[in-house]
Design a protein around this ligand. Structure first.
Ligand code: ADP
Ligand code: MG
Length: 238
């Protein structure tokens, strides 16, 4: 199997603020992620993990360096092109689930399809299919407040994958969950990675969760400190 880079970061920098008050959150990140990879990102609080995830997800732009997505120079994209990349190719999961309250699980999962302009019946079918994949088809009409934390995160995963993205970006997806619930979430992500070949980039503080990934990237002070292969998971059959 030939691995192709889906994402390449080259000397990515990010400064917050200007002049003397500027803070360098990223100081030159080089990172290549191949299609189908499962990458964990670890590192101390404040080391720049979320800043990089936001750049990968086109929620923020770098100050310098190159970001290639499937060979395209994202750092040259305008706002519309970034929005398109986000909608067509990327899915997100956050620590806090970020679901709309007073809105059913089904409607939450339909949202990305609404932004894409899909017809109502298509949205329903695709959202139900995604909810089924996370084991929540029986909960489709419940609102977030009627669901447990683990269930809410599974709704958020269904929303993230409903439009069949190439890359799933997860920033501390198990940060609010107990170990058993966290492992359920990791098993789901692992299954999507294996079955659909979706590329996953996941920030986590927990070594137990990072073990599900093929590769762990360690951040420190806005730099990649080291990259570690997980021999047990990397799927190398050579
Ligand atoms: P991590 O996710 O690794 O904990 P972050 O990427 O959130 O770290 O933050 C890296 C550094 O950048 C921190 O020192 C943080 O305070 C700073 N930072 C992040 N976002 C902003 C912002 N919008 N404005 C100013 N500083 C920020
Ligand atoms: Mg963070």
């Amino acid at each position: 199997m030939t691995a192709e880079p889906i994402i390449s970061l080259r000397r990515i920098t990010k400064a917050f603020g200007e002049g003397d008050a500027a803070f360098q959150a990223l100081r030159g990140i080089d990172l290549t992620i191949n299609a189908g990879d499962f990458v964990a990102v670890m590192g101390p609080s404040g080391s720049g993990k979320s800043t990089m995830m936001n750049i990968l997800g086109c929620l923020d732009t770098p100050t310098g360096g190159e970001y290639l997505f499937m060979g395209q120079h994202v750092e040259r994209f305008d706002q519309d092109q970034r929005a398109l990349l986000r909608r067509r190719y990327l899915g997100f999961i956050f620590q806090g689930y970020n679901l709309l309250a007073r809105t059913s699980a089904l409607e939450n999962v339909e949202l990305p399809l609404l932004y894409r302009g899909e017809a109502r019946s298509v949205r329903r079918d695709m959202a139900m299919e995604a909810l089924k994949k996370v084991g929540l088809e029986a909960w489709s009409h419940h609102t977030p407040s009627e669901l447990s934390g683990g269930q809410q995160q599974r709704v958020a995963i269904a929303r993230a994958i409903v439009a069949k993205p190439q890359v799933l970006l997860a920033d501390e997806p198990t940060g609010n969950l107990d170990t058993a619930r966290s492992i359920e979430i990791m098993q789901l992500l692992d299954r999507f990675n294996v079955e659909s070949g979706i590329t996953i980039v996941m920030v986590t503080h927990e070594p137990d969760m990072a073990e599900f990934a093929h590769t762990t990237v360690h951040f420190r002070d806005g730099l990649v400190e080291r990259i570690e292969e997980n021999q047990a998971r990397s799927g190398a059959t050579a």
